[in-house]
Design a protein around this ligand. Structure first.
Ligand code: PGA
Length: 250
């Protein structure tokens, strides 16, 4: 059985002291949870402080992006060895906001995924269609393009160190959650795709998260779908109580 993974993507929010306070409150609220993998993804500047707070807890650390090179003349970038060094276990790659505002492509996503894996970081690879693409019937074409582009060249073992997050762009930060049936349809499409390109065994082990306006009120219904294995949570992860309620969806 796949262990559900609930991750909080804090995006461009929280100073160091705010991040430490949020994590301290969250740590107390979820201390008894053992059947869910809990991840927080603070901004780069707060990673070290959050890592100190979560020492010896059931919360894991993720970054929100990584660069594909290890070091060198790349002003402003942060590398996989640096993220490992600060305590990260995961890294979010290819979030739709990075694709939309920062020119991220399937190729750059793929390079970053390989750089993360080379340094034992687990990539959370984001895929998702825009509203116009859904309305013109292109959802599956886009998802197939994002998934196959993002994981190109990975072995089965490498794929199983990844998480895929299905995040319909029209549902992110809009309050418009995909219905459980819409989420299930795409998650099962992704699993079928991986069955064809890898195997049924590999596809059945991969964790596929849903993201896009996940809240305490809709988490349990979304997560009850057979192929929805967790959530990538934005807005509702910025407060300990709402994120803790999502973590305890069952
Ligand atoms: P949201 O963001 O929960 O605020 O919609 C999700 C995400 O972008 O990961």
């Amino acid at each position: 059985m796949r262990t559900p993974i609930i991750a909080g993507n804090w995006k461009l929010n929280k100073t160091i002291s705010e991040a430490a306070a949020l994590t301290t409150a969250l740590k107390a609220s979820v201390a008894n949870v053992s059947d869910v993998e809990i991840i927080v993804a603070p901004p780069f500047t707060a990673l070290a402080a959050v890592n100190e707070v979560i020492a010896d807890s059931n919360i894991r650390l993720s970054a929100q992006d990584v660069y594909s090179e290890d070091s060198g003349a790349f002003t402003g970038e942060v590398s996989a060895p640096m993220l490992k060094d600060v305590g990260c276990e995961y890294v979010i790659i290819g979030h739709s906001e990075r694709r939309q505002y920062f020119g991220e492509t399937n190729e750059s996503v793929n390079q970053k995924v390989k750089a993360a894996l080379a340094h034992d970081l687990k990539p959370i690879i984001c895929v998702g269609e825009q509203l116009e693409e859904r309305e013109t019937g292109q959802t599956e074409v886009i998802i197939e393009d994002h998934v196959t582009g993002g994981i190109a060249g990975l072995s089965a073992a490498e794929l199983l160190s990844c998480v895929i997050a299905y995040e319909p762009v029209w549902a992110i930060g809009t309050g418009k959650t995909a219905t459980p049936a819409q989420a299930q349809e795409v998650h099962s499409f992704i699993r079928e795709l991986l069955t064809k390109t890898y195997s049924a065994d590999v596809a059945s082990q991969l964790c596929i998260q849903y993201g896009g306006s996940v809240k305490p009120e809709n988490a349990s219904e979304l997560m009850s779908q057979p192929d929805v294995d967790g959530a990538l949570v934005g807005g509702a992860s910025l407060e300990a109580e709402s994120f803790a309620q999502i973590v305890k969806f069952g």
